[in-house]
Design a protein around this ligand. Structure first.
Ligand code: F0G
Length: 482
């Protein structure tokens, strides 16, 4: 999106698309919202979508598709083997990333399963700028472990560092020195680093990390799921790249990586995933796992219609207007909240706006899941569904003690091209109200706790009657308004 200046000075992000299909939303009363979150075990994953007004849980598989994507879905070639739809997708992936081989998979974590099975052994260490939940779970499942080598500033909540997702090259060299390269099957760089607030790395950093990996003969894997946001930030924040075409930046990034994988639920605005590489040996190692876990090599668990949509979505990602919408809306939301004193991750990243629960509800101990409690409170306040990204999203240590997270975030994702600016303004308003009343928010405790990835299905209860009191305050302040 080119900057559009307003005559009266209030610059707002202007959408470079128009809405042609809509879905009706419900906004329940505050009493109904409290009941709904209780019924969901205070876990926003367990809410029914019909009870949600603004679904900011994730951008995964819920970004708006374009008319061209929808049209492409109608010409899909429905065949188990040798589908022309697959050939079109393969050609597009290989063209954009300048790679020779492509393997399909049904979503991002399926790629991670294949990668971990092909490369990770018991005792393997996988260094990465920062972990993602499913990535870490697959590596741990194969007996390996993760080392996070993010730059120290990456974990600072408020900052003006443009590339908080950078890996610290000195930490990588030190780790390789300590472990030896044999224990490291690959190094992973995650674009638009999800769990630290959708923060990008720079092309310069990727090149440096790639140089180290090549020097030691360790493959570099790029998780390109959130590539679109990272591309936007490289283009607008990295001076050396400001004149480069998006397509050219992708090529440069790609040339640094030996293997690239992505969730097409994010990259490509559809539902699927895939892995590409130039290395024939790597390709063969991973290829045999695709029919075992995903499906035949010409669909990999994806429907042909989704594959057609991904092919178009990948091409549309090369359009600066398209990839600007998310980061610009997020920046609008982050700036507005910050102006009102609400603690948010800065600088604004991709994916969504991240509330810093550690500060928002600083009175709630980490053992009572401050970000989870804030998630329940935001839902009660506005029917807005966010996602906890903190201690709840960690699994316990083997001895049963809590693994306290470095950060306690409530992520409010902005699926691309889905919400209008007035809906974003509503969310800002309700969050500001909640911030005024933050001392009323209390903690949560588990009543049902799964052993693995407990954040998905775990059920919790408030530690006191704080939710009833919050509802009473809402009614006192808003009367009969929804
Ligand atoms: N890598 C990153 C960086 C991700 O953000 C995700 C998913 C995956 C891999 C796994 O992909 O969901 O297709 O299996 N992130 C979603 C989210 C779940 O809500 O942030 P998947």
């Amino acid at each position: 999106m080119q900057t559009v200046k307003f005559f009266y000075g209030n610059d707002v992000p202007v959408e470079m698309h128009k809405v042609r299909v809509v879905q009706k939303l419900n906004l329940r009363t505050v009493d109904q919202r409290r009941e709904a979150i209780e019924g969901a075990g205070n876990n926003t994953f367990l809410l029914q979508n019909r009870d949600v007004f603004l679904d900011m849980l994730t951008d995964s598989g819920v970004n708006a598709m374009s008319d061209v994507q929808m049209a492409a879905m109608m010409v899909a070639d429905d065949s188990y083997a040798g589908s022309q739809t697959f050939t079109r997708l393969q050609e597009k992936v290989c063209e954009i990333f300048d790679k020779e081989y492509f393997l399909p998979a049904h979503q991002g974590r399926a790629c991670e399963n294949i990668l971990a099975r092909a490369f990770v052994q018991s005792g393997s260490c996988v260094p990465m700028n920062y972990h993602f939940t499913t990535t870490k779970a697959h590596i741990a499942d194969k007996g390996g472990y993760v080392e996070e080598l993010i730059i120290d500033e990456g974990l600072a909540v408020t900052s003006d560092i443009p590339f908080k997702g950078n890996m610290d090259p000195a930490k990588l060299i030190k780790l390789i020195g300590e472990l030896g390269k044999e224990k490291i099957p690959f190094v992973r760089m995650e674009a638009g680093t999800n769990l630290i607030g959708g923060q990008p790395f720079s092309l310069e950093n990727l090149r440096e990390i790639s140089g180290i990996c090549r020097e030691y003969g360790i493959p570099l894997v790029l998780d390109a799921s959130l590539l679109a946001d990272n591309l936007y930030f490289i283009k607008v924040r990295e001076a050396a790249c400001s004149d480069m075409e998006i397509r050219q930046i992708v090529r440069e990034m790609s040339s640094c990586a030996d293997i690239i994988y992505f969730s097409a639920r994010k990259l490509g605005h559809a539902r699927g995933g895939g892995i590409c590489t130039n290395n024939q040996d790597f390709y063969m190692r991973m290829r045999e796992l695709v029919p075992l876990f995903e499906g035949f090599l010409t669909y990999g668990g994806m429907s042909v219609r989704e594959m057609e949509a991904i092919t178009v979505g990948l091409e549309e990602t090369m359009d600066f207007d398209m990839i600007s919408q998310g980061p610009q809306f997020i920046s609008y939301m982050v700036d507005a909240l910050q102006k009102r004193g609400v603690p948010v991750i800065t600088p604004a990243g991709g994916l969504g706006c991240h509330l810093n629960a550690m500060e928002f509800v600083s009175h709630i101990p980490q053992e009572e899941y401050p970000a989870g409690a804030l998630g329940a409170a935001v839902y009660i306040s506005g029917g807005i569904r966010g996602m906890e990204r903190g201690t709840l999203s960690e699994d316990r240590y083997p001895d049963g003690s809590e693994r306290l997270s470095n950060m306690e975030l409530l992520r409010l994702a902005l699926p691309r091209r889905v919400f209008t600016l007035s809906q974003v303004q509503y969310a800002i308003d309700r969050i500001c109200w909640l911030y005024e009343n933050r001392k009323m928010i209390g903690g949560l405790k588990f009543v049902e706790e799964p052993k693995i990835m407990r954040f998905f299905l775990g059920r919790l209860a408030p530690v006191s009657d704080w939710q009833e009191k919050l509802v009473a305050k809402f009614k006192a302040d808003f009367g009969d308004s929804l």
